[in-house]
Design a protein around this ligand. Structure first.
Ligand code: NAP
Ligand code: GLV
Length: 306
């Protein structure tokens, strides 16, 4: 039996050595250098190349190296095996820290002062009044963020697929309630998974429901947003700023208009990077559970796509 690590464009030396050191009876190999594909029963993956998983004819379980499984589900020939994802308090905390920093950036008008600095302008302004935050997606990351902003004293609303109850959060659910969820928020944060239902969800019609002058933060996946609709919403003044950590195409192409837009802040998909120790712990635990015939922890629902 062997484990395949399918995580392209990344130095996997440490990951491979640490997993191998804990698994004396199992070979750990790095894709595409797999000695016997039919021996691979378990794969640890991130953005696996199309066809890589379907070529493993004896695959029984997949562990995703991150929280979002959209890149795994892209493969039409994906074997019908359980897929587990990372669920980690450390990841939640990293995301919460990022979001708190971005909200503080806008609250303190650092975006405007940075532009003033470039023009040598000395013009004091009082902080923006950002009192209400809406979080689209109330799962592991979204509910942690919602709780954090409640604790900081914000009015928090949230939106999910199924109805939720979270202390001091006004919860909305289902397509029909999306417009209510975003209507009064000074800041809207996207923490939805990318699925058939959420692709291009944030389009011109939805941005039109946002509060005028609101700020949009996308830390989920780029394809949830209609890029042109976002730029139009910024240009028309419907939105006053957007912070984007994720993009349809990553790395973002040099020619992408997002780079030069004065109201867009770009970060290179760093808001919540998987903690290596947590990924190793969760992979080893799920592998042991698989070998013992137990269900893996944090298995996603393939039908829902997350
Ligand atoms: P999660 O636990 O699976 O939660 C997803 C949330 O979205 C749930 O509340 C779910 O509703 C809601 N949802 C799903 N489909 C919906 C729909 N059609 N309409 C309304 N709500 C919908 O996911 P998570 O761990 O919080 O992570 C969210 C996403 O963040 C990941 O999928 C990934 O793409 C992204 N992410 C980004 C980074 C980064 O560094 N930028 C890091 C980690 C994760 P229910 O509660 O009703 O199921
Ligand atoms: C990162 O984007 C993740 O989904 O973990």
């Amino acid at each position: 039996m062997s484990i395949a690590l399918i995580i392209p464009d990344r130095d996997l030396t440490q990951l491979e050595q640490r997993l191998q050191a804990s698994l004396t009876d199992t070979k750990v190999e790095i894709w595409p250098n797999i000695s016997q594909k039919d021996q691979v029963e378990f794969a640890l993956v991130w953005k696996p190349p199309l066809g890589s998983l379907s070529s493993l004819t004896n695959l029984k379980a997949i562990q995703c190296f991150g929280a979002g499984v959209d890149a795994i589900l892209l493969d039409p020939a994906l074997p019908d095996v359980p897929i587990a994802r990372i669920v980690d308090d450390k990841l939640n905390q990293t995301m919460v820290n990022y979001l708190q920093g971005v909200v503080a950036h806008y609250k303190l008008r650092l975006d405007q002062f940075s532009q003033q600095q470039q023009q040598g302008i000395w013009k004091p302004k009082s902080p923006r009044k950002l009192a209400s935050i809406c979080i689209l997606g109330l799962g592991e990351l979204g509910s942690a963020a919602a709780k954090h902003f409640v604790d900081l004293g914000y009015q928090v609303s949230g939106w999910s697929r199924t109805a939720k109850k979270l202390a001091d959060v006004t919860c909305y659910s289902g397509e029909a309630e999306l417009s209510q969820a975003v209507a009064n928020a000074d800041v809207v944060i996207c923490l939805l998974p990318l699925t058939d239902k959420t692709e291009n969800l944030l389009n011109a019609a939805v941005f039109a429901q946002f509060k005028t002058n609101s700020i949009f933060i996308n830390v989920a996946r780029g394809a949830i947003v209609d890029d042109k609709a976002l730029i139009d919403a910024l240009d028309s003044g419907k939105l006053q700023a957007a912070c984007l950590d994720v993009f349809r195409q990553e790395p973002l192409a040099n020619t992408d208009p997002f780079w030069q837009h004065p109201a867009i802040l770009i970060t290179p998909h760093i808001s919540a990077v998987t903690n290596l120790n947590s990924a190793i712990e969760q992979t080893l635990l799920n592998y042991q559970r698989y070998k013992q015939g137990l269900p893996m922890l944090n298995v996603i629902d393939r039908k829902q796509g997350y």
